[in-house]
Design a protein around this ligand. Structure first.
Ligand SMILES: NC(=O)c1ccc[n+]([C@@H]2O[C@H](COP(=O)([O-])OP(=O)(O)OC[C@H]3O[C@@H](n4cnc5c(N)ncnc54)[C@H](OP(=O)(O)O)[C@@H]3O)[C@@H](O)[C@H]2O)c1
Length: 342
């Protein structure tokens, strides 16, 4: 399968399904890989584990990796570059820019800053052109500044980036972002505990052929079913230091659901599991039931986590009754906490 606009052939694995991403011509693994945890902010993850997790993902047919310049201050990007050098498969890397600003202000999204951030990522990733550059949760006002998107268009023309997209917090930001014709992808929190994107955004994104990257698909681990009321997190794990939104948007940690409520709701999901499906696989399959989604990008710190997550692709579709049960759970227990915040 030839990727239009990317001069290479993307391989496919039999146990992984692939979906189109925007108008790029790429078909990306529907379970892809989120490389935040192997960079930082999730407690200690050794280089060895990070590299092994990336290699496992590629072995499972993952051909799309999401990262950012700030994940471990370039560490995540550099580990990805290292793995890419050692593999023959063609891997698409989506990175992000914007969070290097000392303070998130619209005025920071200048040509000089964007160009410098792109150059840093090019160096970290050891490439001549970034496959996909995403604005990294900029202030809402940025979506009302067409000149910022004009700068991205210029970076495409200059060959420094192939395509661009946005990663954002709020559905309304996404609706505005996809008005810009160059936007190929929207990365948004979407999972059993964060359902609002499916209401309006997905139909409009499909109509405009904009890809959806579903991030935080496991609600930072809540939906894996392994967490307990007394689970402890390292001081440099955002599930410790950002549990109340002290460092960045509260929605990025446990999807913005308060921990005890999330644990109880996850237990209710456990009772819905089809035979042969783990909690993590269920959470990912639920996301993949929405055809507007190009891929889910679960984070993974070990090869075992990664292969369990990738196996979700080959699991059978969830039944109508199961989807309705998750919907009811969301409406009753979760919606009041999150629906109108993001
Ligand atoms: N602003 C943004 O643009 C932004 C923000 C957040 C995330 N993202 C992207 O989205 C990706 C995914 O989101 P996320 O990493 O925040 O959260 P997530 O995918 O919901 O959760 C990932 C974490 O869950 C645990 N886990 C993963 N698979 C597991 C399994 N099979 N069994 C048990 N535990 C498992 C791991 O942590 P433990 O083992 O420590 O529990 C892992 O780090 C990120 O890596 C990043 O690429 C972007």
């Amino acid at each position: 399968m030839i990727g239009i606009g990317l001069q290479f052939t993307l391989g496919e694995e039999p146990n992984m399904e692939y979906r189109p991403l925007g108008r790029t011509g790429w078909k990306v693994s529907e379970v892809s890989f989120g490389a935040w945890a192997i960079g930082g902010s999730w407690g200690h993850v050794s280089d060895e584990d990070g590299l092994a997790s990336l290699n496992q993902a590629i072995d499972c047919g993952v051909n799309f990796i999401d990262t950012a310049d700030v994940y471990g201050n370039g560490r995540s990007e550099r580990l990805i570059a290292q793995v890419k050098r050692s593999r023959k498969e063609q891997i698409i890397v989506a990175t992000k820019a914007g969070r290097r600003l000392p303070k998130q202000v619209t005025e920071g999204y200048t040509r000089a800053n964007l160009t410098a951030w792109v150059e840093d990522s090019l160096r970290n990733l050891s490439v001549d052109s970034l496959d996909l550059l995403q604005l990294h949760c900029p202030p809402t006002e940025v979506y009302y500044r067409p000149e910022v998107f004009g700068i991205l268009d210029d970076l495409v023309k200059a060959g420094r980036i192939r395509y661009y997209g946005v990663s954002l917090e709020k559905v309304e930001e996404a609706l505005k972002a996809i008005e810009f014709p160059g936007v190929q992808s929207v990365q948004v929190i979407f999972n059993c505990f964060r359902q609002r994107p499916a209401e309006l955004l997905f139909a409009q994104a499909k109509q405009k052929q904009v890809g959806i990257l579903a991030r935080v698909p496991l609600a930072s681990g809540l939906l894996t079913g392994k967490l307990r009321p007394d689970s402890a997190f390292a001081s440099d794990d955002h599930r410790n230091f950002n549990r109340y939104g002290n460092a960045f948007d509260l929605g990025e940690t446990f999807s913005g659901v308060d921990y005890e409520t999330g644990l109880a709701a996850a237990e209710e999901i456990r009772s819905l599991l089809p035979k042969g499906m783990s909690m993590s696989q269920f959470a990912l399959k639920w996301i993949l039931m929405f055809d507007a989604v190009s891929c889910a990008i679960p984070g993974g710190k070990t090869p075992a986590q990664v292969s369990e997550n990738c196996d979700a692709s080959a699991k059978p579709a969830l039944s109508r009754e199961t989807m309705a049960a998750v919907q009811r759970l969301y409406e009753q227990k979760i919606r009041p906490l999150v629906h109108h915040r993001w």
